[in-house]
Design a protein around this ligand. Structure first.
Ligand SMILES: [Mg+2]
Length: 423
């Protein structure tokens, strides 16, 4: 059976979710006491941006409305620059609780219609629709139906990209926005993908695009027709990856089928851009601690670990590995997370970092690796002891030396970092 993947991407997610929230508040006020001195304005229709906390994030544009875009405002630029381009622009502070709620209902809705759903970021997911033709008929037609269901039930619009693998589906959803469905099947690559600027290709960041331009590579088609070895020479592993992508080849095209079983994830939006490995690993450790505690609270064990990184330009990097035997030990999860981090971090400043653990089972039987067995058995007991102390006396009762006060370069910023939990 031919694989068929949807990539579903919420249009201007933070802005849409904020607009929806404002509308709900407005409606509630009208209902509660007929309060209507303030007329409702959809922030998606005026020049508006979601602006990072000016103190903590040095005021950066996190999302923008279409009319803000018309002023040349781009995501990631300083708020001060945005204000210069469009004086009087509406700046709305981010509200991560609202984003997390909307993200959750978005994924829950997708799970009602798709056999396998893999969340990719707070506002994006892949759905493996293979074999659902019998249920839904033509799957391009059904994408239009699904898009409208999301709009009517959840109050925001999405783009749906359709193809035979995740990469092409993701590229397709990025075509014209908002509220659209696009296909990008292998026989459409030449016409739809190759004419685009190389910067539009997934995993080609600004720096890479500049270097490619020096090599005379401007479009995705230019990249696709290059000698692969030359790219490997200039960009190492990353060169091979983007050459494959330009040719529509995605080796990670299968959605993890064990995705249905329970997984535990935690991610953190950092209050400052992290540029060094030591600090990043401290954040990783604190995430692994909370993931590990949740796994143990469920009397569960996990077999896959995934690390996600979003950089300051909102590029996502993610790697996953399977463990030889299930675990619930924080240190084990952390060791894997560090390896994954080293593999996928391309040294661009980090804005968000996440750890998730999946393929959960409840079997108490753990076959430890022979050499690690003693170490992890001890750690397992230690973890259980720490959990019970924390359950009794609170999380602050026991703190790892490396996470203790002053162990972080900027302890205040660390504490201020906002959690987006359990998404
Ligand atoms: Mg989006």
């Amino acid at each position: 059976m031919d694989t068929l993947i949807y990539h579903i991407d919420v249009n201007s997610a933070f802005l849409s979710w904020e607009a929806k929230n404002r509308y709900n508040i407005h409606k509630k006020r009208l209902n509660d006491d007929g309060y209507h001195s303030e007329s409702y304005q959809d922030i998606r229709t005026i020049p508006a941006v979601i602006g990072g906390d000016e103190e903590m994030r040095h005021g950066i544009v996190l999302a923008k409305s279409d009319s803000a875009k018309k002023y040349g405002i781009v995501t990631g630029e300083p708020l001060a620059d945005a204000r210069k381009k469009c004086p009087g622009i509406l700046v709305v502070p981010p509200n991560f609780d609202i984003y997390a709620q909307n993200s959750k209902s978005f994924i829950e809705l997708l799970k009602k219609y798709a056999p396998y759903v893999e969340q990719f970021s707070i506002d994006e997911a892949f759905c493996d629709m293979t074999g659902t033709q019998k249920l839904y008929g033509d799957l391009t037609d059904f994408a239009y139906t699904l898009k409208d269901i999301i709009k009517n039930e959840l109050g925001f619009t999405v783009n749906i990209g359709i193809s035979v693998n995740k990469l092409l589906a993701k590229m397709a959803s990025d075509f014209k926005k908002p509220d659209m469905v696009h296909t990008l099947f292998p026989d459409e690559i030449k016409d739809k993908l190759w004419p685009l600027p190389v910067r539009n290709l997934f995993f080609v960041g600004r720096q890479t695009a500049l270097k490619l331009s020096d090599l005379g590579i401007h479009t995705i088609g230019d990249l696709a027709s290059m000698d692969k070895n030359l790219l490997i020479y200039h960009f190492k592993k990353h060169g091979e990856l983007i050459w494959n992508y330009a040719n529509g080849i995605d080796t990670d095209s299968i959605i993890k089928k064990d995705n249905e079983t329970k997984s535990y994830g935690n991610s953190q939006t950092l209050a400052f851009d992290v540029t060094d490995e030591r600090t990043a690993k401290k954040f990783l450790l604190s995430l692994c601690e909370s993931v590990g505690a949740r796994i143990r609270a469920d009397k569960s064990y996990v077999s896959t670990i995934t690390v996600n990184i979003t950089d300051y330009e909102f590029n996502n990097m993610s790697h996953q590995m399977s463990l030889p035997s299930p675990t619930n030990v924080t240190e084990r999860i952390y060791d894997c997370a560090c390896t994954l981090f080293e593999q996928c971090w391309n040294h661009s400043p980090i804005r968000l970092i996440g750890v998730s653990a999946g393929k959960a089972t409840n079997t108490g039987f753990i076959q430890y690796d022979m050499f690690d067995s003693e170490k992890y058995e001890k750690l397992s007991k230690l973890n259980a002891a720490i959990d019970s102390i924390r359950n009794k006396y609170g999380n602050e009762a026991v703190t790892r030396a490396s996470l203790a006060r002053n162990a972080l370069p900027d302890n205040d910023a660390f504490k201020k970092s906002k959690h987006i939990k359990n998404i």
